[in-house]
Design a protein around this ligand. Structure first.
Ligand code: MLT
Length: 406
């Protein structure tokens, strides 16, 4: 018997599990401060679900209580009512025509990001932005696509630095790559990509025969006019891109679990439709999303649902502004926050990002995420999220202001 040795190459715990462990240890060592700790670390939402969503869930639960309306296994790829709402609101409203068979409803973008690798050869060359959402890299390590860990990252992964020097946007790789993970608005830097910038990627991918895995989990936070919400707003994207979407950050579903992945029929490699491969994969390894959850997701698109969700996004957006301005006033160099719930800052005096994590936790009881956890180019940066309560966000910023005013 042999185990998958790739797991031995990877750090034993996931970035956010590691942070949670450090916070638990701090609280145990400082019981008097334990209740003061404010988490602006993991991007987990804090506002309750929209009333329209709750109402839809209650109704769906009641349906499950009666033989006439009870449902067993859901359709593998999503209920028609949800697929239609997605097509109409997320795509047709933006001038993008897709069909129901191109949408695959799932339990969230994180699972799909990890699982999508099943349909690609382990010989493919992967390109990621650096810093990057760690799931893209870790899942490729697990499947054996990443090579070995070196001082500068994984030997077979092409890192595309996104730092202040590059305007936080990746440059086209100088060598051929096969799978390109792009996330815009970006996690962790909070920066958005314009249509012009995405067009360059679509042209590159079509030219190279590469596939873009486009994560647009944060699209609901876009405010800048003209910034695309979907990669399919770019001409030519249907022949080179898979899009991953989530209700987590849009509608507070981090605990409910729902997302979807779009695989256009026009996306073919070696004469094979990737859509058919993903459909086969999902039908075998996934049993669909619960009826109650899909009714909840559908309710996000009702007029009341849309309005209520917009209010919640505005609430987080205000937090982002509070953090951004508070840090700026303290003299920090700050990025993001405009089209994103993330604020990305340069650590003071070239401080290491884990040292800055300790400084904030020990002295201000504020938890953030060290940039280094997102990749080599994240060193010297730090991420704070706007997903806390307004009260805690203001408290955290007041503590930061007080400390750095010293
Ligand atoms: C983050 O903090 O980067 C996200 O919450 C992680 C995720 O969405 O899985």
């Amino acid at each position: 018997m042999q185990i998958n040795r790739n797991f031995q190459k990877i750090e034993s715990s996931y970035l956010f599990s590691n942070i949670a462990k450090r916070v638990r240890e701090y609280k145990a060592a400082h019981p008097d401060k334990a209740d003061d700790v404010i988490s602006l670390g993991i991007g987990d939402v804090t506002r309750p679900l929209a009333p329209a969503v709750i109402e839809a869930m209650h109704k769906a639960v009641d349906e499950m209580a009666h033989a006439e309306t009870f449902r067993g296994y859901p359709p593998e790829y999503g209920q028609d009512f949800l697929l239609e709402a997605i097509l109409e609101n997320d795509y047709r409203a933006r001038g993008v025509e897709l069909s129901k068979t191109e949408i695959f409803v799932s339990d969230g973008a994180k699972s799909d990001c990890g699982n999508i690798g099943d349909i690609f050869s382990t010989d493919n060359v992967v390109a990621v932005c650096d810093p990057v959402y760690p799931v893209y890299v870790d899942t490729n390590v697990m499947s054996g696509r990443a090579g070995d860990k070196t001082e500068t990252g994984w030997s077979n992964i092409v890192y595309m630095p996104c730092t202040a020097e590059t305007g936080f946007l990746p440059e086209l790789p100088k060598r051929h790559v096969d799978m390109i993970y792009l996330c815009f608005p970006n996690n962790p830097t909070g920066m958005a990509a314009s249509a012009e910038q995405l067009k360059r990627w679509v042209e590159y991918a079509n030219r190279e025969g590469a596939v873009i895995l486009f994560d647009s989990a944060y699209e609901a936070f876009i405010t800048t006019p003209g910034v695309p919400h979907s990669i399919y707003e770019i001409e030519g994207a249907k022949t080179c891109a898979i899009e991953l979407r989530s209700f987590s950050k849009t509608a507070g579903f981090t605990g409910v679990r729902c997302g979807y992945t779009v695989v256009p029929h026009d996306l073919k490699k070696d004469g094979v439709e990737l859509n058919a491969m993903w459909a086969r994969r999902q039908a075998t390894k996934f049993n669909g999303v619960s009826y109650i959850t899909q009714r909840a997701a559908e309710a996000c698109y009702s007029p009341a649902g849309k309005r209520q969700i917009r209010e919640t996004i505005d609430y987080y957006r205000k937090n982002a502004k509070t953090i951004y301005e508070g840090l700026k006033d303290c003299g920090f160099t700050v990025y993001g926050a405009v089209d994103s719930p993330y604020v990305w800052l340069k650590t003071p005096d070239g401080m290491g990002s884990w040292d800055f994590f300790d400084l904030l936790l020990q002295n201000m009881q504020v938890v953030g995420t060290p940039g280094e956890g997102f990749g080599p180019s994240g060193e010297g940066y730090f991420r704070l999220t706007a997903f806390g309560s307004a009260e805690n966000t203001e408290k955290a910023v007041a503590r930061i202001r007080a400390y750095f005013a010293k």
